[in-house]
Design a protein around this ligand. Structure first.
Ligand code: 5AD
Ligand code: FES
Length: 349
């Protein structure tokens, strides 16, 4: 049999490969291997999660950010970004609406906004958990100190998303200004795990300067760190960033990597991301059919949605939360999956 097919078989049997094998797999993938791994990924996912798709209500509560990542539309140097910050009662109101819509996980995502001190964030977390003790709270608020992470966990936050962005230190330095460090990012992920959070890592597919080599390091990182969650989506340029003229990542490669990640860690919580849905109209469906098992519809107030612009043309910015919820239902039903009212914790297998 051809070497590439043997490698795909090996991945399925051992749930790991060497970095150079991952690289070979990505570089030499054929339609046949892609379809083979996709089918394996779907089988594995079904054996653990059945037809269930978990939903997370995404609340983009601040677009202010002290960082200046070259790829991100919220970077502080973007003076054309209309900045906002939701108040505690607005955030809590989003969760109350979300609860009625069947969400049992709320993801509080924001830029690195110093206004949201531990005190402010902990109060919001406590309030949400008090109103909805049967729900999980996921934070996605960037790099903070160990003490901060501990305070947030003790206030009741359950999970934390911090994409590593790239597992290659040199590549990391090409995506971020001086002052942001790869080592600190990786250290934050370890600290989050030690603190007790279910941890989410992740990366963009097709970010500038990325080659198959960097992607294979990302796969090795997922394999060794074993995050509970992994967010991957295509890079999409934003016109007010240094990467404005770079090209978007590939939806096909993103889907391929979703399948590979599902096989590496069978029970991982893996979203079909908004970026994938932005790049191709059936991105959420394609993501699920490649091995993903989570979707994260938008729960932010309509008035601020367009302002949370990580990249241009983001979908769902004109939709009411209730419409996004119905849309997600329809999309999943159309491919034989079912959104469930559930916290959606990672299952053991
Ligand atoms: N294209 C795609 N994804 C992006 N992100 C930030 N900017 C972009 C972009 N231009 C992703 C990053 C970040 C997450 C919140 O959004 O991976 O961690
Ligand atoms: Fe928002 Fe489809 S999920 S409109």
């Amino acid at each position: 049999m051809e070497e590439i097919n043997l490698l795909a078989e090996k991945l399925c049997a051992e749930h790991k490969l060497s970095v150079s094998e991952y690289e070979f797999l990505i570089k030499n993938r054929t339609n046949y291997v892609t379809e083979f791994l996709r089918q394996k990924a779907v089988d594995i996912r079904k054996s653990i999660y059945g037809n269930s798709v978990y939903i997370r209500g995404l609340i983009e509560f601040t677009n202010r950010c002290k960082n200046d990542c070259y790829y991100c539309g919220l970077r502080k140097s973007n003076l054309n970004c209309d900045r906002y910050r939701l108040e505690e009662k607005q955030i809590v109101a989003c969760t109350d609406e979300g609860y009625e819509l069947g969400y049992r996980t709320f993801v509080l995502q924001g830029g690195e906004d110093p206004f949201f001190s531990d005190e402010v964030l902990c109060s919001i977390i406590r309030k949400i958990k008090q109103n909805h003790p049967d729900c999980a709270v996921t934070l996605s608020v960037g790099e903070r100190s160990e003490e901060s992470y501990r305070a947030l966990f003790e206030a009741g936050a359950d999970r934390y998303l911090l994409r590593h962005e790239t597992a290659d230190e040199l590549h990391y330095s090409k995506l971020h200004p001086e002052g942001m460090s790869f080592k600190n990012r990786m250290n934050c992920l370890s600290v989050l795990r030690k603190t007790g959070f279910a941890v989410g890592a992740g990366f963009m597919v097709g970010s500038p300067f990325q080659t198959e080599k960097e992607l294979s390091e990302d796969l090795k990182f997922i394999e060794t760190f074993q995050p509970e969650m992994c967010g991957i989506g295509p890079f999409i340029p934003h016109r007010e960033t240094p990467f404005a003229r770079e090209k978007s990542g590939s939806a096909e490669l993103t889907c391929f990597l979703l399948s590979v990640i599902r096989i590496i860690k069978p029970n991982i919580l893996l979203p079909a991301t908004t970026a994938l849905a932005t790049l191709i109209p059936d991105g959420r469906e394609r993501g699920i059919l490649s091995g993903a098992n989570v979707v994260m519809p938008n729960l932010s107030p309509l008035a601020v949605r367009k302002k949370y612009e990580l990249y241009n043309n983001k979908v769902c910015t004109g939709e009411e939360s209730a419409r996004c919820r119905v849309c997600a239902d329809k999309r999943m039903q159309s491919i034989g999956y079912q959104i469930v009212v559930d916290r959606g914790d990672m299952k053991s297998f």
